[in-house]
Design a protein. Structure first.
Length: 317
């Protein structure tokens, strides 16, 4: 362990005024502890990224920076979402940091495992994933849907670390690799494993949110899951193709059956079965069009090459 490497903690913030002072306090205590033990350089920073907050989040970040230069801030020009805000912080920090650790502002990520992440970094790991060992603080619905999401992603062929969110350490080399991904629809949990390099995990129990409310209601979670699946897997399209082949094969069998019945002189009545068939096939077609539309929409956005974020102000010096 050299102890000379610079660590930046990157914390995306959206309307976090209720928790920000306590978060800053706990992270400062952790950094001071690591300074005293010679684990990291004293040039290390705590970087808050304001993702277009509507409350006093940015004012608090400015106050923290004025009180202690260890606190730095990045202000996005408008709300761009958690993943883009996180990327903005990482790409800003990579110019000065040897390693970064990203974590949420709500103190649900256990700050005590930061030491373990840094130790694994000095052991030669470029990426260290924070993995939840238990979900005791989650409701049954949250636990069921979250674990189902990870299993679904793995079933779709996406390389994703089970029970890992965005609490991770990345070396400068890993961040340089991340900067080469030009995707508009960001899903960092799927992108980071694609970078490669040596990696490891640390486990922790997720805490209750210290204050405020969750920034990921059901609607956002579903949108996030949809982005993850459609950005990294073409299996949904292949499933639709398989269904189409099976339905076509069944229709040929049914056509043969009705021809035999016709030549035997028997009439077949059944408007109900006909209408049900029409609705079933129509629904399948609409579903297929919708899934294909998701992919076409993403291609459309990728070709625009819109900026993922625009930084308005940086407080670092």
């Amino acid at each position: 362990m050299t102890g000379n490497d610079i660590l930046y903690l990157v914390i995306p913030c959206y309307n976090e005024e209720a928790v920000l002072h306590e978060t800053a306090k706990q992270l400062l205590e952790k950094m001071n502890s690591m300074f005293e033990r010679g684990m990291i350089s004293r040039e290390s920073k705590i970087m808050f990224v304001n993702d277009g907050s509507k409350d006093k989040t940015w004012e608090i970040i400015e106050e923290l920076h004025a009180s202690n230069p260890i606190y730095s801030g990045v202000k996005l020009s408008r709300n761009k979402g958690h993943q883009n805000a996180l990327l903005a912080g990482l790409m800003t920090a990579k110019e000065k940091a040897d390693m970064t650790i990203s974590l949420d502002a709500d103190l649900q990520d256990d700050v005590d495992v930061i030491d373990q992440m840094v130790e694994k970094y000095y052991q030669g790991n470029d990426v260290v994933y924070g993995v939840r060992s238990a979900r005791k603080t989650d409701t049954f619905f949250k636990k069921f849907t979250a674990q189902g999401f990870y299993k679904l992603m793995q079933a779709m062929g996406v390389e994703i670390v089970y029970n890992h969110a965005d609490y991770r350490l990345m070396s400068k080399r890993a961040m340089e690799g991340l900067s080469q991904f030009k995707e508009v629809n960001l899903f960092l949990r799927g992108i980071v494993p694609l970078i490669g390099y040596k990696s490891d995990v640390v486990t922790y129990e997720r805490h209750e949110r210290f204050a405020g409310e969750s920034k990921y209601p059901l609607k956002k979670m579903l949108a996030f899951a949809t982005d993850g699946i459609t950005s990294f897997s073409i299996k949904p399209i292949r499933l639709i193709t398989t269904c189409g082949i099976l339905i076509f094969a069944i229709s040929l069998v049914m056509l043969l059956y009705f021809l035999i019945v016709h030549f035997m002189g028997r009439t077949v009545a059944g408007w109900t079965s006909m209408i049900v068939s029409i609705w079933a096939i129509g629904g399948l077609q609409l579903l297929a069009i919708g899934i294909v539309g998701e992919y076409i929409g993403k291609i459309y956005l990728e070709t625009k090459e819109r900026p993922k974020y625009i930084i308005e102000t940086v407080l670092d010096e």
